[in-house]
Design a protein around this ligand. Structure first.
Ligand code: URA
Length: 244
């Protein structure tokens, strides 16, 4: 079967609205389904309906999509104890500790509540997928502090790949050990990945901190501090598939 090629700039209605920072994808999908979006004057209830934002007139909740200015690309130092989701059910969330920002933003991926360190924050959905998608293999670096050092064979298992569950082995990792500290660089980001790896190696974690994502370093950012990425930092994720 030959599929028709899509005109450049074509994307789903839900994504076109979401990229303007008008809510979460779930909220927007629900509002589209209940008749709050129009394309060229006609109500469209299909979130996956394909649109060309530069040619179609898209209205959401009775108004044309706003021109919201340039996207934001930020690095943030998350302290421990803060939840990285948008909703925390009574817990402190990232947005409680952010300064007021000119656009709706969201975190790229997540960190466990008790993990501190670098988290990227943006308003650009396409960019965030490029950074977070496992196919692009962006390296994340973590520093794990342990109660006691682990032995050499456990260290070697972490490097080669360690069994995390019945059908789950971690991918090879770059691991350095200095006394009670492990510096771990991985390209995968499953839920509780590093905690599970350390536990599987017999280590007892006292703290976990993410120190780098691709070329972006935590260094220089104090807890709760937010900074803009430079254009070079932002674009580095678009040009290089894998960081060493
Ligand atoms: N791995 C973990 O176990 N926790 C995190 O927050 C990030 C990576």
């Amino acid at each position: 079967m030959i599929l028709p090629s899509l005109e450049p700039g074509t994307l789903s209605l839900v994504r076109a609205i979401w990229s303007r920072g008008l809510g979460s994808r779930t909220q927007i999908r629900r509002l589209i389904e209940s008749g709050h979006a129009r394309v060229n004057g006609t109500i469209v209830r299909l979130p996956g309906y394909l649109v060309r934002p530069n040619r179609d007139l898209i209205e959401f909740r009775g108004r044309p999509l706003p021109d919201v200015g340039p996207h934001l690309y930020l690095a943030f130092h998350k302290p421990p104890g803060v939840v990285s989701n948008r909703r925390g059910r009574g817990q402190v969330i990232l947005f409680d500790v952010f300064p007021k920002l000119p656009r709706w933003v969201f975190p790229v991926g997540r960190l466990d509540k008790n993990t501190s360190g670098l988290i990227l924050v943006t308003s650009d959905g396409g960019w965030s997928e490029r950074v977070a998608h496992p196919d692009f293999g962006v390296v994340r670096e973590y520093v794990a502090e342990l109660e006691e050092p682990i032995d050499d064979s456990a260290l070697q298992s972490l490097r080669w790949g360690i069994r995390l569950g019945p059908n789950l082995i971690s991918r090879p990792a770059h691991v350095e050990s200095v006394n009670r500290e492990l510096r771990i660089r991985i390209r995968e980001g499953k839920r509780h990945q590093v905690r599970k790896m350390v536990r599987a190696a017999g280590g007892r974690l006292t703290s976990l901190r993410r120190t780098a994502i691709g070329p972006i370093q935590l260094d220089g950012l104090r807890e709760c501090e937010l900074r803009n990425l430079t254009p070079q930092e932002r674009d580095s994720f678009l040009s290089t598939p894998v960081f060493e």
